[in-house]
Design a protein around this ligand. Structure first.
Ligand code: DGL
Length: 272
């Protein structure tokens, strides 16, 4: 049996956007082996029901634990974190740590005393879950909170529309919404949005603090691994990237989320 510390970190997302988180993890924790699972057969999660996303998340986590023997699970997807984190945390309590992308982001924002009014942009399912508003209100009730579903952004980025006139126009249209007026911080609550962070910041003339999940989640994972004595001292295997449905187009798109093209392996863990 492999030593606990030598086991891999399991990371999953609805698709390949979670590679922004995987990339931040591999940079901060170069000794850790990563097993990534992108559920490309079922994406997008952003407009699916909570119950369906929960069933996908449980199946993927079972695969990462039972077949890949991972020592920790990172839900590298805002929508899956919003819909399924509590279910996974309770189901695997005492088995492995489960890290979501929402709590570390909320912690980073509330720790910044200069922020008085925060906005969140995300998929429809993340916004409809009410999870950000509930967490901010509970943990820092004096913070003014506002949110907006921005469903076009994830597919726009996947189709490589960013840093161009089209993306500028879409971003301007969304961010001009009355709901986001007078914010001094904006949370990019979707794995895809780090790719448009600079454009968003430029829209606000760099006067609004922009938070994205990739780095804060990697830092949280590091903290959890150290606390649980699970951190690896040397890399025990190569990183593996699975998808539930392979297309060459997905593989090419990994470049924009991971910084370089990576090889994707198709793995069917569903019978459908
Ligand atoms: N990964 C999703 C998220 O972070 C965006 C893509 C999707 O809707 O599946 O919310």
């Amino acid at each position: 049996m492999a030593k606990e510390t030598n086991k891999a970190i399991g990371i999953f997302d609805s698709g390949i956007g979670g590679l922004t988180v995987a990339n931040a993890v591999s940079k901060l924790l170069p000794n850790e082996q990563l097993i990534y699972f992108g559920d490309t057969a079922h994406l997008p999660y952003g407009d699916k029901s909570k119950e369906l996303i929960q069933s996908y998340a449980v199946r993927i986590t079972n695969f990462l634990l039972q077949e890949q023997h991972c020592k920790a699970i990172v839900i590298a997807c805002n929508t899956a974190s919003a819909a399924a984190y509590e279910v996974l945390r309770d189901k695997y309590k005492g088995v492995v740590p489960v890290i979501n992308v929402i709590d570390p982001m909320v912690e980073a924002v509330i720790a910044d005393e200069s922020i008085k009014r925060v906005g969140v942009i995300a998929t429809k399912t993340t916004i409809a879950s009410g999870v950000y508003s509930e967490k901010f209100n509970r943990r820092k009730p004096e913070l003014q909170y506002t949110e907006l579903a921005t469903p076009l952004l994830a597919s726009m980025i996947e189709e490589k529309f960013y840093n161009n006139e089209i993306s500028h126009a879409v971003i301007e249209n969304y961010l001009s919404d009355e709901a986001l007026k007078d914010i001094d911080a904006l949370v990019l609550a979707c794995t895809h949005y780090p790719l448009i962070k600079q454009e968003i910041s430029a829209f606000y003339n760099h006067r609004v603090k922009i938070f994205d999940s990739a780095e804060v989640v990697a830092k949280k994972l590091k903290w959890v691994l150290e606390k649980e004595h699970l951190a690896a001292s040397a890399k025990s295997g190569t990183d593996v990237f699975y998808v539930s449905d392979f297309t060459r187009s997905f593989e090419k798109t990994t470049e924009i989320f991971y910084g370089k093209e990576i090889h994707l392996q198709q793995l069917r863990i569903w019978n459908d």
